[in-house]
Design a protein around this ligand. Structure first.
Ligand code: ADP
Ligand code: MG
Length: 360
């Protein structure tokens, strides 16, 4: 249904994404997620020609978007878009808002358009609001009307750009319910959203956008439960992190612990867990053999509350936690006592220790 080949977009010298290639089948429900500024909106806007791509091609149902002259109207009709702000005409009633495009752009008979608009407004739960003006409706009702208006053009594809992010939290679910209903009817949809539970439940496929392109592409199970790549994992688990570099044996332990303490306070990490973190940092640094290049990383997952401490030290392969490596094993006992799990690996000339800190 949609074939995207090497799509690239720059704003002047600023690259938003490059060489994005995707094939989207009819009926797929795609969630597009990713950090703010990663190019999700620009990507959608390039698909329906609100923005001109810098390079690459988009073919929708055998119509190439590069043939701009004849395709804009055709593409716009095939592909509706719903925005964060509902963009209803404030001086028109709901019925008028829904009839204007089919009558003016598609040349539909006005009576037929009113009939169809009434049906659509009923479908999104606004059967009692046919003659209301936008400012008489709540945000959730206005967004449902905007979705109904999009359907008056009988699109085959609908693009949603954060359809619930301008709404009061109490109104999010009524809009999501309408989108869910459309998904069941076999429309092809691409939805940019921050509602992760919704994305997981509704989508047939999830695209994670980052680093100037589609960074990871998979089923909802893959992206939400087993993301394969680092940035996807950090995004899904809402991981916050800090790091500290040590270059000599005379490093400033108090400064390091002070920064860790501040990080823990900032993220409301329980006092007991913070205590474990400070203790672990101290003990793990006592048992290093080479202090010329050690990175200490502290990670906190806002999603599940997990805290992890990771050290990366350059040098020959040695696992300080292996039995027999240390002269006395008091440090080792302290470390294992404050951790849920300990994992050692040697990666690219670095000894990597991952300590999953005990929950409080
Ligand atoms: P997202 O929707 O993922 O938050 P956007 O597509 O809005 O990201 O923006 C991607 C990047 O493109 C950002 O760095 C943004 O500043 C830039 N950008 C978006 N629209 C324009 C524009 N019209 N002119 C210049 N830069 C833009
Ligand atoms: Mg956006």
């Amino acid at each position: 249904m949609i074939n995207i080949n090497k799509l690239t977009k720059y704003f002047e010298d600023n690259q938003v994404f490059s060489n994005v290639s995707l094939h989207i089948e009819k009926g797929q429900i795609i969630s597009l997620i990713g950090p703010s500024g990663s190019g999700k909106s620009t990507f959608l806007r390039c698909l329906n020609l609100l923005e001109e791509p810098t390079d690459g091609t988009v073919i929708i149902d055998n119509i190439s978007l590069s043939d701009r002259k004849n395709s804009i109207a055709k593409v716009r009709q095939k592909m509706g878009m719903v925005f964060q702000s509902f963009n209803l005409y404030s001086h028109m009633t709901m019925l008028e808002n829904l009839c204007i495009a089919p009558v003016k752009l598609l040349g539909k008979d006005p009576e037929h358009a009113v009939h169809k608009a009434t049906e659509l407004l009923q479908m999104v739960g606004l059967g009692e609001k046919l003659h209301s003006f936008p400012d008489e409706l709540s945000g959730g009702q206005q967004q449902r009307a905007a979705i109904a208006r999009c359907l008056t053009m009988e699109p085959e594809i609908i693009l949603f750009d954060e359809p619930t992010s301008a709404l009061d939290p109490t109104m999010v679910s009524e809009v999501l319910a309408v989108i869910r209903k459309l998904a069941k009817e076999g429309l092809t949809m691409i939805i940019v959203t921050h509602e992760m539970e919704f994305a997981r439940n509704i989508s047939t496929r999830v695209l994670y956008m980052d680093e100037g392109g589609i960074y990871e592409d998979g089923s909802p199970e893959q992206i939400f439960d087993r993301p394969q790549r680092e940035k996807t994992q950090a995004f899904i688990h809402r991981i916050r992190s800090m790091r500290y570099h040590i270059t000599s044996k005379d490093f400033d332990l108090y400064e390091l612990q002070g920064e860790m303490q501040a990080f823990c306070e900032k993220h409301w990490i329980p006092k007991k867990v913070t205590g474990y973190v400070l203790l672990l940092a101290e003990e793990i640094l006592l048992i290093q053999s080479d202090y010329s290049d050690i990175w200490i990383n502290l990670y906190y997952s806002e999603k599940d509350g997990n805290v992890e401490l990771k050290t990366e030290s350059s040098g020959p392969q040695v696992n300080p936690l292996e039995e027999g490596v240390l002269e006395d094993d008091i440090g080792l006992k302290i470390i294992t006592g404050a951790c849920e799990s300990v994992d050692y690996s040697y990666e690219e000339g670095k000894n990597v220790l991952k300590l999953k800190v005990k929950a409080g």
